[in-house]
Design a protein around this ligand. Structure first.
Ligand SMILES: [Zn+2]
Length: 288
């Protein structure tokens, strides 16, 4: 009996039509058997090469080095996760009054998988404007909110921005070093974050309200009054959107820390539901 595994090319064999068809079927079977692992590999490679998350970074306004921070954040996160960027940087000259132009669009977040807010517009109070910004997230677009974004729109009468953030904050302490304590080390976003992080000089944002759907993950301790603690890292849900937030990140030196970029990357992936229970990117969204 012929060994199908070493079947020679039937076009060279001499025999009846039956033998030819028979050998062709065997060869065809071999072909499928040989092809199966290749198809499996192809499938795996396709799943590895998932479409990147399309992130929009909105940055600019008062009081921070957004020119440097937009590079630190986008390059740092893309070095850790499968994320591509559109960056809107404007308003540094307007200071706290800047209204970012993209919010003029009716569906301003359309086409993006996640919005990273690192903006500083503390004096913008227009309720219609602020609620229009928040509505895009309420309808389901994930958000990452960083540092002065938590103080943007804080003087507006509407609560919708604060509900999106997950916290209400209206003032911060003077820039100095303070300690950050990981209070949810089992949460995927906090896997890998130190138990305590002795932070660079930064602004400790005072949180006066944690909204019901917000889960604080870390607290910052007021120096010399350590029982006075304020959530400084958290996750939130707002309407259909998942939100990651941190008040940390006034200075470039903080943002450049691996602990910080690892944290914000996990937060962004969590907001997009692309973070597994071990704090690793789901298949196709990490960097090899
Ligand atoms: Zn600041």
């Amino acid at each position: 009996m012929k060994n199908p595994s070493i079947q020679t090319n039937p076009s060279c064999s001499v025999g009846s039509g039956f033998e030819f068809r028979h050998s062709f079927v065997i060869r065809h079977s071999n072909f499928v058997i040989l092809l199966a692992p290749l198809l499996l590999l192809l499938t795996l490679s396709v799943s590895r090469a998932a479409e990147p998350l399309r992130a929009l970074l909105i940055t600019g306004g008062c009081c921070h080095d957004y020119e440097a921070q937009k590079k630190i954040l986008s390059e740092g996160i893309s070095a850790r996760a499968n994320v591509t960027w559109t960056i809107l940087h404007e308003g540094d000259r307007d200071g706290k009054d800047h209204q970012f132009s993209i919010y003029e669009k009716p569906n301003w977040a359309k086409g993006f998988d996640v919005i990273v807010h690192n903006e500083c517009s503390g004096k913008v109070t227009n309720v219609t404007w602020v609620e229009h910004i928040a509505k895009a997230h309420f309808d389901g677009v994930p958000a990452v909110v960083i540092h002065c974004s938590i103080h943007s729109y804080r003087e507006s009468k509407t609560d919708e921005w604060r509900k999106l953030l997950g916290v209400s904050s209206f003032r911060h302490q003077a820039k100095r070093e303070f300690e950050v304590v990981n209070i949810k080390p089992g949460h995927p976003v906090m896997k890998g974050f130190p138990a305590t992080w002795h932070h660079d000089p930064d602004e400790l944002y005072e949180i006066v309200k944690v909204w019901p759907d917000c889960i604080p993950l870390a607290e910052s301790l007021t120096p010399k009054k350590e029982n006075e603690k304020h959530p400084s890292i958290w996750v939130n849900t707002y309407g259909k959107a998942r939100v990651f937030g941190t008040t940390l990140g006034h200075g470039n030196e903080t943002m450049q820390r691996p602990e910080y970029l690892d944290l914000v990357t996990r937060g962004l992936l969590w907001a997009c539901d692309k973070l597994d229970e071990d704090g690793k990117a789901k298949a196709g969204y990490g960097k090899q």
